[in-house]
Design a protein around this ligand. Structure first.
Ligand code: AMP
Ligand code: MG
Length: 397
């Protein structure tokens, strides 16, 4: 048996990241991996500007005025004013440039405008108050996004904020996905006795697509060796990564192992995690092969813990180890497994971890009804109140 980390080490050392890059409009960049670091060509903001609707002036003048102050100009966003006349203030609005000479803005809620057009302040000003300084966000030449970063919505906003219309991103990894099993029917078909719906393939396609892959849906393979072989051979010529689920344990109808071994090379691992023990890793031609177990939760856990880091690294991305938050257990786990266990769990209102009552690897609703995975080290009983590691789903997305 391999520990999770040993298995990860082997997988990650086999990664050859994609090299080809393309320049895409920012609106097409969500989830894509940056092929070069991005630096800012400008200061953001490019000028000192007002954070409030109010009045711009010189703090010491506004504080010491014995009389209400005259308003010498009106400055709206997008309409710069002129240098401030001494002894006056400028009416100013959020985002408008601070006029030369002014050093503070008093918000309009702290001002009384008089019928004669002057204004009286009810609160004093400190220099710099309510002014967003030039380059307060980014300065010219600053590295703002690193190569290998998977672009989020805020990253795309940041790139747009410095005027970039496109970003250089790596091409997407091509991932082919198969399910396997004679018992599987497709959603939309009718279900006979002894049959179940093929849930895993759609789930795995969604998981891979969510990580930015270009997914090729290869359908479901019956439990029949020749077909399994032919379809895998053809798929391998079209993808970088070939994923299957089911058919990799020790059953007689598990033909995927035999097919892969005859077409290329195959390693069968027992990874010391529960759910998810059997895992197949190999190669067919230029494609890397990974086979997940068939039980839906086992497939999901295996994808998240083993395939996800590989897929991200092979896509040119930086991989961060999913963060484990230490939180108190709101449950007892007196009979631990010898393997490292991943319990579907959530954080309750008092900040304690609660586990789903059905932890069987076939119960997919235990994934959807929870917020993350509790990690129980091998053979380690847990008593209520002890702290354990919790991986929120957001760390796996
Ligand atoms: P296997 O590894 O092929 O023996 O499958 C183990 C269990 O997972 C069996 O109960 C299968 O019916 C189930 N299973 C396999 N593939 C899928 C799938 N694509 N969707 C849902 N369940 C599956
Ligand atoms: Mg099967």
């Amino acid at each position: 048996m391999k520990s999770l980390n040993e298995a990860l080490e082997v997988l990650l050392s086999a990664v050859t990241p994609v090299q080809e890059a393309e320049s895409l409009p920012l609106t097409d960049c969500l989830g894509r991996v940056l092929a070069q670091e991005l630096t800012s060509p400008i200061d953001v903001p490019a000028y000192d500007n007002s954070q409030m609707d109010g009045y711009a002036g010189v703090a010491v003048e506004m504080n010491n005025a014995l009389e209400p102050m005259p308003i010498s100009q009106r400055i709206a966003a997008g309409h710069p004013g002129t240098a401030l006349q001494p002894g006056t203030v400028a009416r100013i609005f959020t985002g408008a440039p601070i006029p030369p000479g002014a050093n503070a803005v008093i918000m309009q809620e702290q001002a009384q405008s008089l019928p004669d057009g002057r204004v009286k302040f009810t609160e004093p000003a400190t220099p710099g108050q309510n002014i967003r300084p030039r380059a307060g966000d980014l300065h010219v030449g600053q590295v703002m996004l690193e190569k290998g970063r998977r672009l989020s919505a805020a990253d795309i906003g940041l790139a747009a904020s410095v005027g970039l219309s496109h970003a250089p991103v790596f091409r997407r990894l091509k991932v082919a996905v198969f399910s396997s099993g004679d018992e599987l029917r497709q959603p939309g078909e009718s279900l006979g006795f002894g049959q179940i719906y093929d849930s895993n393939r759609r789930m795995i396609i969604a998981l891979a697509a969510g990580l930015g892959a270009q997914v090729l849906d290869m359908g479901c393979i019956p439990d029949q060796l020749q077909q399994t072989r032919d379809r895998i051979e053809s798929a391998a010529t079209q993808c970088d990564l070939l994923l299957t689920c089911g058919g990799v344990s020790v059953g007689e109808e598990d033909h995927i192992k035999t097919a892969i071994a005859s077409l290329g090379s195959l390693d069968l691992w027992k990874v010391s995690i529960k759910p998810g023990k059997p895992f197949a890793f190999g190669r067919v031609g230029a494609a890397t092969f990974m086979g997940m177990p068939g039980n839906p939760v086992a497939a999901w856990v295996t994808f998240c813990l083993l395939i996800r880091p590989y897929l991200l690294a092979a896509s040119g991305g930086k991989i961060a180890v999913p963060r484990r938050y230490r939180l108190p257990a709101g449950f007892d786990w007196p009979r631990p497994d010898g393997r490292q266990e991943y319990l579907r769990a959530w954080v309750d209102a008092s900040g304690r971890l609660q586990i789903h009552e059905r932890q069987n690897s076939s119960v997919l609703s235990s994934v959807t009804e929870c917020m993350g995975l509790v990690e129980i080290p091998p053979s380690t009983p847990i008593r209520m109140g002890e702290t354990v590691g919790f991986i929120p789903y957001t760390e796996l997305s």
